[in-house]
Design a binder for this molecule. Structure first.
Ligand SMILES: CC(C)(COP(=O)(O)OP(=O)(O)OC[C@H]1O[C@@H](n2cnc3c(N)ncnc32)[C@H](O)[C@@H]1OP(=O)(O)O)[C@@H](O)C(=O)NCCC(=O)NCCS
Length: 146
């Protein structure tokens, strides 16, 4: 939780995900909100963990609104080595193969080239532009069925 709280003050994360910086009270609320999303089935929030030493690297969240939509953030010191693209791919594959979703969506602001490249590198198809958001999707046939 200290790492998540520290990352919530990162200007780029705040700008892109419109998150409020954490206070001790909001930290408690954030755990409760994550638990509630799992319980109610409105979302599947994950902490991205390093496969080697299990340390937290960032957050990836699959939200179930009118579409199943992924959002990702990587802690500033962990960026630039493929964490976000791999996490997006893994979370989308879980949704398509384990949950049986027919499509998983990811969106990025048209001026967020880091996010656009990350989503493309995860293998998503570009669908189009809506309200300055580039919309991408991944379908079951795009992921390995083995
Ligand atoms: C966008 C973000 C998730 C990328 O995380 P990351 O782990 O560094 O991304 P990856 O290492 O998987 O990079 C994937 C691709 O994006 C490119 N990329 C990453 N950051 C970039 C940047 N700032 N500018 C341009 N390209 C960038 C990488 O070079 C890589 O492409 P390549 O292999 O062709 O070189 C991270 O910068 C972040 O958390 N930003 C703040 C929150 C945010 O914008 N989230 C996305 C909203 S949906």
């Amino acid at each position: 939780m200290p790492l998540i709280a520290a990352a919530s003050h990162d200007p780029e994360t705040r700008r892109r995900l419109e998150d409020e910086p954490m206070t001790p009270e909001r930290e408690q609320g954030s755990v409760a909100r994550a638990e509630e999303q799992w319980r109610s089935g409105t979302g599947a929030p994950f902490v991205i963990a390093d496969a080697g030493d299990d340390r937290a690297l960032g957050l990836v969240n699959l939200q179930f609104d009118e579409a199943a939509t992924l959002a990702v953030s990587v802690f500033p010191e962990e960026r630039g080595r493929g964490v976000a693209s791999r996490a997006l791919r893994l979370a989308a594959t879980w949704g398509l193969l384990e949950l049986g979703l027919r499509r998983v969506v990811a969106e990025a602001a048209a001026d967020n080239s880091a996010s656009i490249r990350t989503i493309e590198k995860a293998g998503f198809r570009r669908e189009g532009l809506r309200d300055d958001q580039v919309r991408f999707c991944l379908l079951p046939e795009d992921v390995d069925l083995q």
